[in-house]
Design a protein around this ligand. Sequence first.
Ligand SMILES: Nc1nc2c(ncn2[C@@H]2O[C@H](COP(=O)(O)OP(=O)(O)OP(=O)(O)O)[C@@H](O)[C@H]2O)c(=O)[nH]1
Ligand SMILES: [K+]
Ligand SMILES: [Mg+2]
Length: 443
Amino acid sequence: MPDGTICAIATPPGRGGIGVIRVSGEAAGDCLSGLAGRLPEPRTASLRTLRDADGNPLDQGLVLWFPGPDSFTGEDVAEFHGHGGPVVMDRLLRRLIELGASLAEPGEFSQRAFLNGRMDLTRAEAIADLIAAGSEAAASAAMRSLEGAFAHRIQDLVEQLTELRVHLESSIDFIDEPLDGLAIDRLADRIEAVGEAVRAAREAARSGQQLQEGARVVIAGAPNAGKSSLMNALLGRDAAIVTELAGTTRDVLDAHLHLDGLPVQVMDTAGLRTGAGVVEAEGIRRAHQAMAEADHILLVVDDRNPGDDDGLGAAWPASAAALTRVYNKIDLTHRPPGVGDDGVAVSALTGAGLDGLKSHLRGVLGVRAGDEAVFTARRRHLQALDEAAAAIDEAVSAARAGYGEELVAESLRCAQDRLGQITGAVTTEDLLGRIFSTFCIGK
Ligand SMILES: Nc1nc2c(ncn2[C@@H]2O[C@H](COP(=O)(O)OP(=O)(O)OP(=O)(O)O)[C@@H](O)[C@H]2O)c(=O)[nH]1
Ligand SMILES: [K+]
Ligand SMILES: [Mg+2]
């Protein structure tokens, strides 16, 4: 359990009408009375003069008192709504430190709320996502997670796994009556159904993750195909260097783009070819790495020699659906612009076909901004869901192969652990550190 009393400015830095300072921990009450006199009624705003140790006024403002455990963090919490100037806020903070509080780490209030059982991890992360939301769709999705849409979905899966484990473990206890072939098949079917449900949750989570963190789209292809030109055309500005020399781009260049409400991280990469010099070869290695981590690849092809795939071999993504061929330079070949069966035809030079490419991309990234089912999720959630699905697959194979209930039960337990990491039912200090350190101070 956390100890000590923490304080932080909860409003953004700079000047504003009001600045809010939050205090949480066992000394919160002393901090409040030390700065503002006697404790006010719980959860009722009262106007007070805030004073230093000698009784000199520092500020005037509203104070609020939330005795634990019915507070955001579950501990005693005090809030001071003073005037939002950096000097005023700083003096109030210094006084609070004199009164026994210490400065909070980023996300420490939310972390305490989690550790004190006030919320699960998906809800704590949803608060950070709501604050970070870059679009209305992302904000609505964060609210759905905050209201528990994601947590309930995971809890439902955990319950299904628990039921299966109870069933299995009770049959392990009666070794005299091992499961017969029919019972094993039925069991494997039931496990498989849970696996399907985990995959469906993963798809929903992926939409939410893309809405929040942005889909990664990598522009790749042979040298001089026009990748950097396409990047610039999509962004509407000259972000990447374009020259007629093959091998111009070496580093991976990334930029952000919004496709009607969906944030996208677009990455321009070095042209893929064999036999390049050291610097370019390093660029190609980075291009391969970016492709491996992409949600979608735009494979740019010079429409004058569309069969030219030199150097691509090793980098093909696992799923062909995650790749779109973009036939570029159609101003030179007179192919009509737009979406066809085998790709999208564009001219990065004239802009022909670009709107078609954008809407195609919006479609393949598979998130509808207004989708009511979407809740926010993060890459770590997707990874946990993938691992859970893999463990369930192992359980199914073990069951069908007649490997015995213990092995099946063990795989199911492993799947359940992975799901538990999403909500925080199963956790490590390291994981918590990684999650909460990305939050803002005062949250
Ligand atoms: N006519 C025409 N020329 C284009 C088009 N797109 C790119 N180019 C030209 O093709 C050449 C290469 O363009 P880049 O955008 O640098 O190509 P790249 O794929 O990024 O090249 P590397 O970074 O060297 O691999 C430049 O001279 C561009 O002006 C297009 O749609 N039409
Ligand atoms: K080039
Ligand atoms: Mg380039």
